[in-house]
Design a protein around this ligand. Structure first.
Ligand code: GDP
Length: 481
């Protein structure tokens, strides 16, 4: 039926002025009682990602990126925090994940042990509240998801072994957390060891800006042992405290949307996907799109391999029924319309193929000038790897002195050593230039650099780095360089 601007605004939960402004920008002065015609409604629906004929459906091309239904404050309920465990190799990430997995399993409970579906839920013993853990320790899964635009972590637990202290991957984890703006909880592990030295861990982390509450900072630290089950309840409680501050909420009363954690092809069952519901409630027989594929859900299993019929926000589940295997980091969305789902999946698949061919829009030295001019680049992120700490410091201080009008330079990561896959993924995720000073990538890393379209600059003279950047900012870079 006919719809006024005021009614339309009301329907999509936007201020009336926003719709009036939208038309004003297009040269039309309309007041809130103006009756919209069908074309205008269609245009606005597109603009705001709505289709009024079908709840929850949007346009094909931009759907999975732009999709978001405005939730009224009353529709939002508390949801479980989603936690990723990071830290240096051998510091105890896997042991901690295993220990936490068993915290709420009573002895002898049949089928109580969780299945490996990429994530699981634990129940904090004291508050009885749920916490969702992403079950792949390490940084790759996290950066991979982020590089694909998916955000599936509310809190990062940084595991540091008390007998080893801050190591390269500890620093990496800090960089990732800061870059993603995700709060950190530090778990000082292996406190059972005779040479455990938590104060050393605290001071080493303090040097990197991670200051324990005990020393006046704002980062919670828990000391314990994953292997000996010490400090785990404290850790779970602390996660819930941080979650409370973060005020994590979701609307369970709409079609589900979320992210694919992992997927594989099962000979008997076909494509099997582990997904994390972030919004809404997923139900058996729902029709969904996941990245470039779609299908009707025939089976939902929880993390204990129990068949269930529905799953609300923050719940990880394994589903069967997709036509093809989606990618980790793919977003999914329930549409409950087979034809629309198929259309969208096809459009998505084409878009994915296009993006893969074009490479993602990443900053390169050649494009700096135009990006600055178009106002796309206000922050130039840089990652520096060099052969010695001396070179790292020298490069950093020269870069910090460099002035490019309208642009601030951020060195988001620097370190001694070869260029690694993690450097490349972070460069892609944070849209950063990657500098190697007297270091080179391996052929495997080189391949990833090419795949991701990251601009790697190799140098061995500092002033050349600076000169090259200055020239690029002025647009004078010789394309042959
Ligand atoms: P990850 O590489 O970070 O996943 O580390 P793992 O969980 O595989 O642990 C590496 C080693 O440290 C294993 O031999 C574990 O048994 C051991 N470990 C883990 N946590 C503890 C702990 O709290 N105390 C002691 N003594 N050893 C631990």
């Amino acid at each position: 039926g006919p719809l006024t601007i005021a009614e339309f605004a009301n329907k999509i939960n936007k201020p009336v002025t926003e719709i009036v402004k939208y038309f004003f920008k297009k040269g039309m002065m309309l007041n809130q009682n103006f009756i919209l015609n069908e074309d205008q409604i269609g245009e606005l629906a597109l603009e705001y990602g709505y289709d009024f004929k079908k709840e929850n459906s949007v346009t094909k091309e931009n759907l999975l990126e732009t999709f978001e239904v405005e939730d009224t404050p009353e529709s939002l309920v508390e949801r479980a925090p989603i936690v990723t465990i990071m830290g240096h190799v051998d510091h105890g990430k896997t042991t901690l994940l295993d220990a936490l997995r068993h915290t709420n399993v009573t002895k002898g409970e049949a089928g109580g042990i969780t299945q490996a579906i990429g994530a699981y839920q634990a129940i904090a013993p004291r508050s009885k509240k749920k916490i969702t853990f992403i079950d792949t320790p390490g940084h790759e899964a996290f950066t991979e998801m982020r590089s694909r635009g998916a955000n599936a972590t509310d809190i990062i637990i940084l595991v540091v072994a008390a007998d080893d202290g801050v190591m390269p991957q500890t620093e990496e984890a800090i960089d990732h957390a800061k870059n993603a703006g995700v709060p950190i909880i530090v778990f000082i592990n292996k406190m059972d060891k005779p040479d455990a030295n938590p104060d050393r861990v605290k001071s080493e982390l303090m040097e990197r800006g991670i200051v324990t509450e005990e020393w006046g900072g704002d980062i919670p630290f828990i000391e314990g042992s994953a292997r000996e089950n010490i400090g785990l309840d404290d850790l779970l409680d602390t996660i819930l405290l941080v979650a409370e501050v973060e005020d994590l909420k979701a609307n369970p009363n709409k079609f589900a949307s979320g992210v694919v954690i992992e997927a594989h092809l099962d000979k008997a069952r076909g494509p099997v996907a582990s997904i994390l519901v972030q919004q809404g409630t997923l139900r058996l027989r729902d029709i969904l799109v996941a990245g470039g594929t779609h299908g009707t859900i025939r089976d939902i299993r929880d993390d204990k391999n129990k068949a269930i019929t529905q799953a609300g926000p923050s719940t990880p589940v394994q589903i069967v029924g997709l036509n093809e295997v989606p990618q980790p980091g793919d977003k999914f969305l329930v549409l409950n319309d087979e034809k629309i789902a198929r259309d969208i999946a096809e459009a998505q698949a084409q878009k994915i193929a296009r993006d893969a061919m074009q490479g993602s829009k990443i900053v390169t030295l050649d494009s700096i000038k135009s990006q600055i001019e178009e106002g796309d680049l206000k922050n130039l992120n840089i990652i520096v790897k060099a052969d010695t700490q001396g070179s790292v410091e020298a490069l950093k201080s020269s870069l910090m002195k460099l002035e490019i009008p309208g642009v601030t330079i951020d060195i988001i990561r620097s370190g001694v050593g070869a260029i690694t896959n993690t450097d490349v993924t972070l460069a892609q995720t944070a849209n950063a230039l990657l500098y190697g000073f007297n270091v080179r990538p391996s052929s495997e890393v080189r391949q990833l650099i090419d795949e991701r379209g990251v601009d790697l600059r190799l140098h061995n003279i500092i002033y050349k780095v600076i000169e090259e950047l200055e020239q690029a900012a002025k647009g004078l870079l010789d394309p042959e360089m």
